[in-house]
Design a protein. Structure first.
Length: 74
């Protein structure tokens, strides 16, 4: 079982990978998701404590993927 720190790190890596695969900047993702770019940077760095399951659906919609794909490998 993953620790919270391990989960946050892997979740952030997934988000960054999806974003980079689609050539989306942090600023663009901020507009698409409504999440402040400063918080997106924390998410990608694995430092965004307080995440809830809503973020899975927000990112799935933004990247046009299924929700379970957002947490692949977790």
């Amino acid at each position: 079982m993953l620790t919270e720190e391990e989960f946050l790190k892997k979740f952030g890596e997934n988000i960054r990978e999806f974003r980079e695969e689609r050539n989306i900047t942090i600023e663009e993702l901020s507009v698409i998701t409504g999440i402040r770019k400063e918080y997106l940077k924390k998410i990608e760095a694995g430092k965004a404590y307080g995440l809830n399951s809503n973020y899975i659906f927000i990112f799935a919609k933004a990247f046009k993927i299924k929700p379970h794909e957002v947490v692949t490998g977790l």
